[in-house]
Design a protein around this ligand. Structure first.
Ligand code: SF4
Ligand code: SF4
Length: 100
């Protein structure tokens, strides 16, 4: 599975198109205590399958792998609360210019 260290995420959005499962999405609002001006991207745990396609896409290394416990049957991210409020992202159509 992957997680994002929010303090290291600048909100550049570069990782978003690297997820084929649309599990990387921007928050709708920037948390008040945040030092960066732009809202962060988060991992939507219910959509992340742990494929690690995104892992090298972050220039600030905010994206990192978290290991699943050996006997776990669900993502450790799902032990937290509900999915956060995330914004919709415009994506290239698969029949258009190709997957971005
Ligand atoms: S690990 Fe795979 S499914 Fe999860 S956010 Fe990264 S690219 Fe998407
Ligand atoms: S690439 Fe890294 S810094 Fe940019 S939005 Fe994604 S997690 Fe945040």
């Amino acid at each position: 599975m992957v997680a994002i260290t929010e303090a290291d995420c600048t909100g550049c959005d570069l990782c978003i198109p690297h997820c084929p499962f649309e599990a990387l999405l921007p928050l709708t609002e920037n948390p008040v205590e945040r030092k960066h001006k732009k809202r962060p991207v988060v991992v939507v745990a219910s959509q992340c399958v742990g494929c690690l396609s995104c892992i090298g896409s972050c220039p600030t290394k905010a994206l990192h792998e978290i290991l699943m416990p050996p006997l776990s049957t669900q993502s450790p991210l799902l032990l937290e609360t509900e999915d956060p409020e995330t914004a919709t992202v415009q994506r290239w159509g698969k029949k258009g210019l190709g997957w971005a």
